[in-house]
Design a protein around this ligand. Sequence first.
Ligand SMILES: [Zn+2]
Length: 89
Amino acid sequence: MSGYSDDIVCPRCGGILHISGDWKPIDTQCGFCLDCGMQFWTQFNIMDDEDLQEAREEYAADMGAPMNDTDRSKLDKEKLKAFDSWAGL
Ligand SMILES: [Zn+2]
């Protein structure tokens, strides 16, 4: 098993925050507070072309790296489909 669960102090109310997470295929975490009802979870989303280009530009500037120009239409569709299915995309 790669997952975990724990009870920690809720940062909102000081009550019991039950959290659980997993490391595979990527770090995810979710949780809910038994006292105040706050809940949170890891969400996945796919950026549109404009947002992706902006993120690439910011990344290249921040990291001093060359601009990534990967053509998304050439990515492995089966691999994308498998992950998207797991992530609920
Ligand atoms: Zn709480």
